[in-house]
Design a protein around this ligand. Structure first.
Ligand code: MN
Length: 447
C-alpha cells in the first residue's frame, strides 16, 4: 500500500468557499469527499464534492471541461459513484488534484468562480442520495473490544470465539436496505426469545433496538471471480471511507443467530453517511494497525503485510449523539453519549479485503464493507447500547432525566467522525443520522 501526502494536503491551501476555511470546517479543501446530490430545481441525482457549506457540482463542472480525462468525465455524468470508482485509485487521485486546483482561492478567475452560481450549490438546499449503487454489503466483526463486550452479553460461555484472532469474521449483509443516513428507520417486527426454555418465542415489535458505530468503506475496481486481492494490493482497492450504522435488533438477533449468524435482526436497515472521504484525503491520518498483545498469534501469511501493519490503521475520532422526541420538543440539543476511535480495529481494512477474496470471491466497484462495531477499551467507548448499558440493565441517563436502555420510537442517533493531526488541517466525515419510527405492528396484524 502507499500512503502519499502531497500538495493537496498542504495546510496553507485555502478555498474560494469561505466556510471551507474556518478552523472547524468538516469539509475544507484538504478533504473533498464525494457524494451524490440533487436539488429542487434540478432533481436529477449527480456527483458532487462537499466543500465548506457548499456542494461542488462535478457532473456539471466536468461536462464543459477538457481538464478531466475522457473516462473520468464520462464516469462523472453517472448518478452514482460506481463508474468512477471502477476507474481505480489513480483516477481518483487525478480527480482530487483537479478539484483542488479548481477550488483553490489562488486559481483566480477560475471556471468555478465564473460559474459559481451553477457549480456551487448550498449544502442546505441539497437532497443527498446513496453515493454508490451497493450491489454487495459485507459486515465484519473487527472491533475486538466490541467482540469481547458484546460476546460477554450475548454468549457469556464463549465471549471471544476461538477463531477470532485467526479469522477476520464477517457475514453477508443485505445490500437492498442500505440507506443514506438522513432518514427514518422503522422498528422491525420479529420473533423474540422465549421467556423460558421450552416456551414458544414471542412475536412483535423489537424491544431491544440498537445501533452499532462502524466505519464503512467502498471498493474501487474490485476483482475477477477466482482472483484474490493480495494484502499488499488491498489498500489500492479502497476508494474511500464513511460512517456506517449497523442497526441491530438484539432480541431478534439473540434468538435467530445460531448457527448461521444474524439475519432479520440486521437486514431491516443499514445507514451510511452521504459523504465518502477518499483514501487519499485520509493519507495524513494513517496509523499503525492495533498492536497485537503478547501471545496473540501472528496472522497467516495471506493476512500479513509489513506496510499494512505500519500504516493500515486509521485515526478517526468517532462520536455518537442521541436526541429524543422530548428533547426536540423543548429545543434541547442532541447529547453525546459515547466516543470511540477507528484505530481500535483488530483487523485492518486491507486484511478484511484479502480475507474476503482469498477463496476467489469477487468484490465489485461500489461494494460496501462495514468494519464491525468499533468499541474502545474504556467503558465510555463501548459503541452500542447493548454494551454501554450492559444489556439494558444500566440505562444511560440523559440531562433531562430521561433514561434509555435501548432505543425508543422518536430517538434520533447521529454519528460524527473527525481526523486531527498536528501540522495538518482537520477533516470531518459529515454525519450519519437515523430516527426511529414506530413499527408497523398494526398493519402486520391486519394482514
Ligand atoms: Mn455490525
Amino acid at each position: 500500500m502507499t500512503v502519499e501526502i502531497d500538495e493537496t494536503h498542504d495546510p496553507k491551501r485555502r478555498s474560494i468557499v469561505d466556510a471551507a476555511n474556518r478552523p472547524d470546517a468538516e469539509f475544507p479543501i484538504q478533504n473533498l469527499p464525494l457524494g451524490v446530490f440533487s436539488t429542487a430545481d434540478d432533481p436529477a441525482p449527480r456527483i458532487g464534492i462537499a466543500i465548506g457549506d457548499q456542494v461542488f457540482d462535478l457532473g456539471k463542472a466536468s461536462a464543459g471541461s477538457d481538464r478531466f480525462g475522457e473516462a473520468t468525465r464520462a464516469a462523472l455524468q453517472a448518478p452514482v459513484l460506481n463508474p468512477l470508482f471502477s476507474l481505480g485509485r489513480k483516477a481518483l487521485r487525478e480527480l482530487r488534484h483537479i478539484a483542488t486546483e479548481m477550488l483553490d482561492e489562488r486559481t483566480s478567475g477560475s471556471l468555478v468562480q465564473q460559474h459559481a452560481s451553477e457549480l456551487l450549490v448550498p449544502l442546505e438546499h441539497c437532497a443527498l442520495h446513496l453515493p454508490t449503487k451497493v450491489s454487495n454489503y459485507t459486515d465484519f466483526y473487527a472491533g475486538i473490544y466490541h467482540a469481547r463486550a458484546a460476546g460477554a452479553l450475548l454468549t457469556p460461555e464463549n465471549p471471544l470465539p476461538a477463531n477470532y484472532k485467526w479469522v477476520p469474521i464477517a457475514y453477508h449483509g443485505r445490500a437492498s436496505s442500505v440507506q443514506v443516513g438522513q432518514g427514518m428507520v422503522r422498528r422491525p417486527l420479529g420473533q423474540r426469545p422465549p421467556a423460558a426454555a421450552g416456551e414458544p418465542p414471542g412475536f412483535g415489535p423489537c424491544e431491544r433496538l440498537d445501533f452499532e458505530l462502524e466505519m464503512g468503506f467502498y471498493l474501487a475496481r474490485g476483482n475477477r471471480l477466482g482472483s484474490p486481492i493480495r494484502i499488499g494490493e488491498a489498500a489500492e482497492q479502497i476508494a474511500g471511507f464513511s460512517l456506517l450504522n449497523d442497526w441491530s435488533a438484539r432480541d431478534i438477533q439473540r434468538w435467530e443467530m445460531y448457527p448461521l449468524g444474524p439475519f432479520l435482526s440486521k437486514s431491516f436497515a443499514t445507514s451510511v453517511a452521504p459523504w465518502i472521504v477518499t483514501t487519499d484525503a485520509l493519507a495524513p491520518f494513517r496509523v499503525p494497525a492495533l498492536p497485537r498483545p503478547e501471545g496473540d498469534p501472528r496472522p497467516l501469511d495471506y493476512l500479513s503485510d509489513e506496510m499494512d501493519q505500519t500504516c493500515g490503521g486509521l485515526d478517526v475520532h468517532l462520536q455518537v449523539l442521541l436526541s429524543t422526541e422530548t428533547m426536540r420538543r423543548s429545543n434541547e440539543p442532541a447529547v453525546e453519549i459515547l466516543t470511540s476511535n477507528a484505530r481500535y480495529l483488530y483487523w485492518t481494512p486491507a486484511q478484511m479485503i484479502a480475507h474476503h477474496t482469498i477463496n476467489g470471491c469477487n468484490l465489485q466497484s461500489g461494494d460496501l464493507i462495514g468494519t464491525g462495531t468499533i468499541s474502545g477499551p474504556s467503558p465510555a467507548e463501548l459503541s452500542s447500547m447493548l454494551e454501554f448499558t450492559n444489556g439494558g440493565s444500566k440505562p444511560v441517563v440523559l440531562p433531562n432525566g430521561e433514561q434509555r436502555g435501548f432505543l425508543q420510537d422518536g430517538d434520533e442517533i447521529t454519528f460524527r467522525g473527525r481526523c486531527h493531526r498536528s501540522g495538518f488541517v482537520s477533516i470531518g466525515f459529515g454525519s450519519c443520522v437515523g430516527r426511529i419510527l414506530p413499527s408497523n405492528s398494526s398493519s402486520a396484524a391486519e394482514r
